[in-house]
Design a protein around this ligand. Structure first.
Ligand code: AMP
Ligand code: ZN
Length: 475
């Protein structure tokens, strides 16, 4: 089956055809580096990575670009909180670099190879952004106001192009008034307005600003960076542009509007990943209902690869509700896969992945699932069928490795490592001590709890206490 993908712009699943037969130009909206990213953000990058790997599976070379938002309202505010009211551009860069580094660490943990991505930091492209805005002014699509900021004119754009908001829906503008202005980076559909391309410097921005003889001192609005970076990297047009669904409006809608007066085609396929939810609400820093990978790893509730496994279990266009229980279930599920693959490897000491045979039957089914709008739950079902199958060990392992090129679960490195034991696996002597220690913990009898820990350890087990649970490992 040929690769099909849902294109938000067309509101339908389409056959994927890149502009160049062999190469795909892929752009992903990257992180705003003002804090640790949460696992909702990571879901959008895992989905982009799986898409990239699926493209490679189909024989394309992928050129993958990601912007890094290291200047916007949030990065400026947090820099000022850390460095004070005189904070400078240099301090903004120091502050955001720290969170760019933690982002790269997180990418490594979810098995995204940072070397596969060309990152572009916004603060390194300020002069290009200024030029881009000046070009929009010259063509009549942008105007400067009395407050010194420069805005994009939706009215002018709509008159010439007639497609503002098509990414949301073709009737997006019906019944809406245009002409008001909005300076903040984030706003909703009810506040449709001309948006800021260049924001005049204010006292609240400390010393974080860039000069320009026509635009005046200020910093770029959020949306312009992606139009510009796509243009710099892929001046002939981007094949696929990804991001979370919250970016459809206003961010991606505005990207299209800013870009098209300068160059067209801008983007051929828009691919949006649904949200991670908590109790029915989108996971977000602003709501405070977010989990950060580092904390989940400390609590032993998830690690990068088990999160990746959880994400693969849902289709990228479906919402994914997470709880600590579902994260833990994914961790156990992932550890079981690792155990199975490690045992298979142990049985095949002389296995050479360069000469093995891949099972056509499983491989074709797997590829069909992926090519059907990146149906990872279906692909995982085929993968599990393979694990349970009676294929000869070497063929099975070879096929596992082949599938893992897309799944990215790092199974080639599967080791029979220390894995947490399920209570159902406890031998009788451990079970009794475990129960007693649970009770001791509940009764806050710490002396007894310590004594029981030693007894359990003497049997050859390791205990990890978390806030919620007592975990037992074979040491
Ligand atoms: P930001 O750093 O806020 O620009 O977000 C980075 C990426 O994460 C964007 O593609 C967002 O659409 C995406 N994103 C934000 N919140 C969530 C969430 N709860 N679930 C999935 N993706 C999200
Ligand atoms: Zn963007």
């Amino acid at each position: 089956m040929h690769l099909k993908i849902f294109n938000t712009l067309k509101h339908s699943v389409e056959d994927f055809k890149p502009s160049d037969k062999h190469k795909v130009k892929l752009y992903t909206c990257g992180p705003t580096v003002y804090n640790h990213v949460h696992i909702g953000n990571l879901r959008s990058y895992i989905n982009a990575d799986v898409l990239k790997r699926a493209l490679e599976f189909n024989g394309y070379a992928v050129d993958w670009v990601m912007n890094v938002t290291d200047v916007d309202d949030k990065t400026i505010n947090n820099t000022i909180q850390e460095f004070g009211k005189e904070a400078s551009v240099a301090e903004l860069k120091t502050f955001t670099s720290k969170y760019f580094e933690t982002f790269l660490e997180d990418l490594g943990k979810i098995n995204i190879n940072k070397k596969d991505i060309s990152f572009v930091k916004v603060t390194e492209k300020i002069a290009d952004i200024q030029d881009f805005i000046m070009a929009l002014i010259k063509k009549g699509y942008a105007y400067k106001t009395d407050d010194g900021s420069t805005y994009f004119s939706i009215e002018k754009y709509q008159k010439d192009f007639g497609d503002y908001g098509n990414l949301v829906g073709e009737k997006f503008l019906e019944g809406r008034k245009i002409g008001a202005r909005v300076k903040v980076d984030e706003y909703d559909k009810d506040n449709l307005s001309d948006f800021a391309l260049w924001k005049a410097h204010e006292q609240d921005n400390a010393n974080i600003f860039w000069e320009h003889q026509d635009l005046g001192p200020g910093h770029p609005g959020w949306h312009i960076e992606c139009s510009l970076i796509n243009y710099l990297k892929f001046p002939e047009g981007t094949d696929i542009h990804t991001g979370g669904v919250d970016l459809i409006f206003p961010h991606h809608t505005n990207e299209i509007a800013q870009a098209q007066p300068i160059y067209k085609p801008f983007v051929n396929y828009w691919v949006h990943s649904e949200h991670i939810m908590v109790n029915g609400t989108k996971m977000a820093k602003s709501v405070g209902n977010f989990y950060v990978l580092k904390d989940l790893a400390e609590e032993k509730i998830a690690d990068g690869l088990s999160l990746r496994y959880l994400v693969l279990q849902s289709h990228y266009r479906s919402r994914l509700n997470v709880t600590k229980e579902s994260l833990l279930a994914a961790k156990n599920g992932y550890e079981n896969i690792v155990k199975g693959v490690a045992a298979l490897k142990n049985r095949l000491q002389d296995f050479d992945p360069n000469v093995g045979v891949v099972s056509d039957m499983y491989f074709e089914k797997f590829k069909d699932a992926l090519n059907d709008d990146i149906n990872t739950p279906e692909a995982l079902a085929v993968f599990h069928e393979l694990l349970k199958s009676k294929l000869p060990d070497d063929e099975k392992l070879q096929t596992i490795y082949k599938m893992d090129e897309v799944l990215g679960l790092n199974l080639e490195n599967a080791e029979l490592a220390e894995t947490e034991l399920n209570a159902s696996e406890f031998p009788a002597e451990l079970k009794a001590l475990y129960q007693k220690r649970l009770e001791a913990r509940e009764n806050k009898d710490f002396d007894l709890s310590d004594k029981l820990r030693k007894e359990i350890e003497a049997l050859g087990y390791k205990i990890v206490d978390t806030k919620e649970r007592m975990q037992i490992y074979k040491s």
